[in-house]
Structures are given as structure tokens and as C-alpha cells.
Ligand binder design. Structure first.
Ligand SMILES: CC(C)(COP(=O)(O)OP(=O)(O)OC[C@H]1O[C@@H](n2cnc3c(N)ncnc32)[C@H](O)[C@@H]1OP(=O)(O)O)[C@@H](O)C(=O)NCCC(=O)NCCS
Length: 236
């Protein structure tokens, strides 16, 4: 029996649960959430707070993190992996994922997403509703692509960056580590690490700080990992 534990029962958690149920791959789904007032969500039980994750290890073989904040999501993903949970990727059946693309564990792909050939999506990414990732793109670990974003071919998005709703990125651009691309922005050239950009074309509006104790290296994908993993298709 395949049982999935979802960390986070908020709006994003519900969308992740819905996508997971749509795959037909899970016999049972439950949530962990720190809101004590939540007992069930979408008819699925909330079985404890986040910190109780070790208590459910025997009952749930697999777990996924449904937290929007990129840094927090990656830290919890790491804890779950260390605890021995299987970390699946959740791929909504209405998405179109090239058989020649690669989707790493812990990533969630929502309804209507398109991922084209030779794109590589790292660990713990969110590809939100109706976004598109074109050929040869690299999304490193912990990237969030919001609804309706279009990323053209051969774009590299470094770890923990967030592309806001409806933004667009032209071909061959690199977006740095821990970047926020504001809603509706058009990115036409490379963006450095740790900034917020907005506008058309994108201009730097703010410098950002990585608020985390674990340090930048924690989020960077090891290059060997990309090569070692087999190509995965939508049936995962
Ligand atoms: C970028 C964002 C996070 C705001 O960040 P913030 O640090 O609070 O930014 P501020 O509101 O202080 O704005 C800073 C500057 O950026 C500008 N700005 C912010 N968002 C902008 C946008 N989408 N387009 C153009 N300019 C924008 C502000 O006007 C301000 O400009 P100024 O300094 O010239 O006056 C927010 O505007 C945004 O775009 N969120 C994305 C929401 C989203 O995608 N949700 C989907 C979740 S699934």
C-alpha cells in the first residue's frame, strides 16, 4: 500500500494533494501541519505538526514538502530524506513532460505545465499551474516557477529563486541564486545572485539576504547527481 505524507496543509498543500490524488499512485494521503485547529483537509487527516515527522515513519513510506518558501522547503526535504522517507516527485497527469527531460525527487508539477526536451528540473522545485519550461533549461534545487510563467530555451535558474506569476524569461539567460522575479517581469539578460528584479525589461529593485543558517552550499546541486539519475517521465 502506498501512503504519502504531505508537510503543509495550506493552499499549496491542498494543490499538491489534489495533484497526487490525480496520479492514482497513492492509496492514502495525510498531512502534517503546525496549525492545531486543522483536523482534516480535503477529507484527509492532519496527523500531527511538522516536528512529529519521525513518529509517522513506519506508517508512511513516502513524504513530500508543500511549503512555498524555497529555503524552508529545502531544509524540510533534507530532514525527511535523512529520516529515510522515500521522496517522490508529484506530476499532475494533465501536464506534458518530455520523456527526454529530467525531474528530480521532491518536485511538484501542477496541472497544465509543459516541460520540453532536455530540460532538467532539480530537487524540491515547484512548477506551478500552466507554466512552461522550454528545451535545455536547467532549474537548480528549490526553484519556484509561479503560475503562467514562460521560461524560454537554455535558461539556467540557480537554486532557491522564485519567478513570480506571469513572468517571462528570454533564451540563454542565467538567473542567479536566491533571486525574486516580480510578477509580470520580462527578464532579457542575466540576473546576479540575491536580488529582487521587476519591470519590463527587468531591473534590480532590491538586494536580498539569504535568511538561513545552513549556507549557500546546502542548496547547490552536485553535478554528478544530474548525470547519475535516469530520465524520468510523467508516470513517476
Ligand atoms: C516582488 C514581490 C514579492 C514584492 O516584493 P517586495 O520586496 O515586497 O517589493 P516592494 O513591494 O517593496 O516593491 C519594491 C519595488 O518593486 C516594484 N515592484 C514590486 N512588484 C512589482 C511588479 N510585479 N512589477 C513591477 N514592479 C514591481 C515596486 O513598485 C517597488 O518599486 P519602487 O521601489 O520603484 O517604488 C511582489 O510584488 C510580487 O511580484 N509577488 C509575486 C506574487 C506571485 O507570483 N504569486 C504567485 C504565488 S504561487
Amino acid at each position: 500500500m502506498s501512503k504519502l505524507l504531505i508537510l503543509g496543509a495550506g493552499g499549496h498543500g491542498r494543490v499538491v494533494a489534489d495533484a497526487a490524488l490525480s496520479t492514482g499512485n497513492w492509496d492514502e494521503i495525510a498531512f502534517l501541519d503546525n496549525n492545531n485547529e486543522l483536523n482534516d483537509v480535503l477529507g484527509k487527516a492532519v496527523v500531527g505538526g511538522f516536528e512529529s515527522y519521525m513518529d509517522h515513519r513506519e506508517d508512511y513510506s513516502a513524504a513530500i514538502v508543500a511549503i512555498g518558501n524555497n529555503v524552508t522547503r529545502m531544509i524540510w526535504l533534507d530532514r525527511l530524506e535523512r529520516a529515510g522517507y522515500e521522496i517522490p516527485s508529484i506530476i499532475h497527469p494533465s501536464s506534458t513532460i518530455s520523456r527526454f527531460s529530467q525531474i528530480e525527487r521532491g518536485s511538484v508539477i501542477m496541472a497544465g505545465v509543459v516541460v520540453n526536451a532536455s530540460a532538467r528540473v532539480g530537487k524540491g522545485c515547484i512548477l506551478n499551474t500552466s507554466s512552461s519550461i522550454d528545451h535545455d533549461c536547467i532549474l537548480e534545487n528549490g526553484v519556484h516557477i509561479s503560475p503562467g510563467v514562460n521560461v524560454c530555451g537554455t535558461v539556467h535558474v540557480k537554486s532557491c529563486s522564485w519567478l513570480g506569476v506571469g513572468s517571462k524569461v528570454l533564451n540563454n539567460v542565467t538567473i542567479g541564486f536566491n533571486v525574486i522575479v516580480a510578477a509580470g517581469t520580462i527578464v532579457i539578460k542575466d540576473i546576479p545572485d540575491n536580488v529582487m528584479v521587476a519591470g519590463m525589461p527587468a531591473k534590480i529593485k532590491k538586494n536580498l539576504e539569504m535568511k538561513s543558517d545552513v549556507g549557500k552550499d546546502f542548496f547547490i546541486p552536485a553535478s554528478y547527481e544530474w548525470e547519475r539519475n535516469e530520465v524520468r517521465t510523467r508516470s513517476v
